[in-house]
Design a protein around this ligand. Structure first.
Ligand code: J2J
Length: 544
């Protein structure tokens, strides 16, 4: 098989030195944290999921067993492993197990299907796939079979939590403790690959190091007030960067607190869980926060244990923020983050105007933030511009994607976030929009281009433009303008069924289709996709 492309995240030596001298990068590693917490917090509850309730000692024992087992199958430290386990206890056992073994997790979301999982496996050159048997009605063993039948997939091992059918069962892995690495990895090495929200095309792979990621959640713990008494509810998909690290489950494990997994973010499921487990903290996307506010007003629930509700992933409008604080007995914290790095929080002692009206300010004094115009020049303070950033936990490059690297990073190493922001004199950012054509559907990021490419493969589609339309509940919804092939009358439900059959995440299916005869062309003749999308969106909104 092909040699593995090295995982690197090259900060210049002077900056790396500075981040260490400032105490951001402390040389901690994931296996080191696990070993330490398993002793320090041995009998405290680490994970609660359904009937499962594991102490730190138990979590560590399971992780070690999985680590030894995967190495026993023949995997070697540095190998990449795509994981897809939903919000299950096994997810954390596997994540810590991979860290313990020096294997590199690639964090697929449960909603991803064959198209996305195959892309992650190819780009990361994964040698294993670890999934749950079934989650939310979907059978991942079927996906595994289809994955193995794809070209250019190097996956040698499929491991399944639950009934494994013909695959390797997670509970019956071979391997002896003697196989476990006896030393910890280099703290500056890459620990895992996270998935980008994606602005153009398919998701990119984000290499995060031990040093940089651990700093981001350790500092988040301090800002968010997370400690050993915190009980954190994972209501969003556990593999997403927000509930993973801002401060997320990893922050809570770091502090010795308890992570409670909710199988669903709906109030009927989550409210009783909050009351039963005395949950103190959690994160939601804006549409869910509004739904929770409504549910809390309609029926009384015991939410008295809640301390902080974080809202992020997409813009929380001022009016929505007001509704949330009026209905829920918690302190609101806005979170504007990205899997590439930079995370902004409103602080727990910020005034109300700041908490309701901004998306927070950066974690680190060394997060460099630039707000620039079309020519890359800084705008006047208070003016909108494109957000560029670099700092002690923001990546310098994507893995195995040079075209994306050329687009996404400036010569001096700033990441182009694609977000349009206004910065207040206090440093707080207000998100105003986006430079790229991606759609933020209730916090799920969807590339217009990716959905267009999918639809263009449909036999009845001649041309298509995919745009975001403002939506009261979702924030934005996906609208596809379709020119049918001559004589064809494609039906939206059939197109959607066809897309599902191709194996793509359901959140990428258009919410709405508009059939048109042609795309109007300007006098000049050709228009860019970007202009076309902008015009279709403007005309559509005007016609509503
Ligand atoms: C407006 N847009 C926002 C916000 C993210 C914490 C929280 C969120 C993410 C995340 C994350 C927004 N208001 N409050 O990784 O650690 C949009 C921006 C941003 C993109 C990143 C975390 N919070 N966004 O959402 O990688 O457009 O990370 O660039 O999925 O989401 O998406 P993602």
């Amino acid at each position: 098989s092909d040699a593995l492309i090295p995982l690197v995240q090259p900060w210049p030596a002077d900056l790396a030195e500075r981040y260490r001298a400032a105490g951001y990068w402390r040389g901690e590693t994931f296996p080191g944290i696990l070993r330490d917490r398993a002793v320090r917090f041995a009998e405290r509850t680490a994970v609660v999921a359904g009937e499962d309730r594991w102490t730190y000692a138990e979590l560590n024992a399971r992780a070690e067993k999985i680590a030894a087992g995967l190495l026993g199958l023949g995997l070697a430290p540095g190998d990449r492993v795509v994981i897809q386990l939903g919000n299950t206890a096994a997810y954390y056992a596997v994540v810590w197990g991979l860290f313990r073994a020096g294997l590199i997790p690639v964090f697929a979301l449960a909603a991803h299907r064959l198209t996305e999982v195959a892309h992650f496996a190819r780009k990361s050159q994964a040698s294993a796939y670890v999934a749950v048997e079934r989650y939310e009605g979907f059978d991942y063993r079927t996906l595994a079979r289809e994955l193995l039948a794809q070209p250019d997939i190097g996956v040698q091992h499929v491991v399944i939590a639950g009934d494994a059918a013909e695959f390797q069962s997670l509970d019956a892995l071979p391997g002896a403790p003697g196989l476990l690495p006896t030393s910890d990895p280099d703290p500056q090495s890459v620990a895992f690959l996270q998935i980008s929200g994606g602005s153009t095309g398919l998701s990119k792979l984000i290499p995060r190091t031990h040093d940089d990621y651990i700093y981001s959640f350790r500092a988040s713990n301090e800002i968010c007030g997370i400690g050993a008494d915190s009980v954190y509810l994972v209501a969003l998909p556990a593999a997403h960067n927000f509930p993973m690290s801002s401060p997320g489950a990893l922050g809570v494990f770091y502090a010795g607190g308890t992570v409670v997994l909710s199988p669903s973010p709906s109030p009927d499921v989550a409210f009783p869980l909050i009351a039963r487990e005395r949950v103190t903290d959690l994160g939601l996307v804006p549409p869910l926060a509004l739904l929770w506010a409504q549910a809390a007003e309609r029926t009384p629930h015991d939410l008295s244990s809640l301390r902080v509700l974080q809202v992020g992933g997409a813009k929380l409008t001022l009016e929505a923020a007001r509704r949330v604080v009026a209905a829920l007995p918690v302190r609101l914290q806005q979170v504007f983050g990205m899997a590439e790095g930079l995370v902004n929080y409103t602080r727990l002692d910020d005034d109300e105007d700041t908490v309701l009206g901004t998306q927070g300010r950066p974690i680190s004094p060394d997060d460099e933030v630039l707000v620039v115009d079309d020519h890359g020049q800084p705008v006047a303070q208070g003016q909108p511009g494109y957000l560029l950033t670099r700092g002690p936990y923001t990546i310098r490059r994507y893995h195995n994607d040079e075209p994306a690297n050329a687009r996404s990073f400036t010569e001096d190493g700033f990441y182009r976030t694609g977000d349009i922001v206004v910065q207040r004199a206090s440093g707080h950012l207000i998100v105003q929009g986006r430079a790229h054509d991606h759609i933020n559907r209730a916090g799920e990021k969807i590339s217009a281009e990716e959905v267009e490419d999918l639809l263009l493969a449909h036999p009845q589609v001649f041309d298509v433009a995919v745009v975001s339309i403002p939506d009261e509940y979702l924030g934005e919804r996906i609208c596809a303008f379709v020119i049918p092939r001559q004589g064809e009358k494609p039906r939206p439900p059939e197109i959607k069924a066809w897309m599902r059959g191709r194996g793509v995440a359901a959140f990428k299916l258009p919410d709405q289709f508009v059939l048109v005869n042609a795309f109007e062309v300007t006098a000049v003749g050709k228009t860019s996709r970007k202009e076309l999308r902008a015009r279709l969106r403007a005309d559509f909104i005007a016609s509503q």
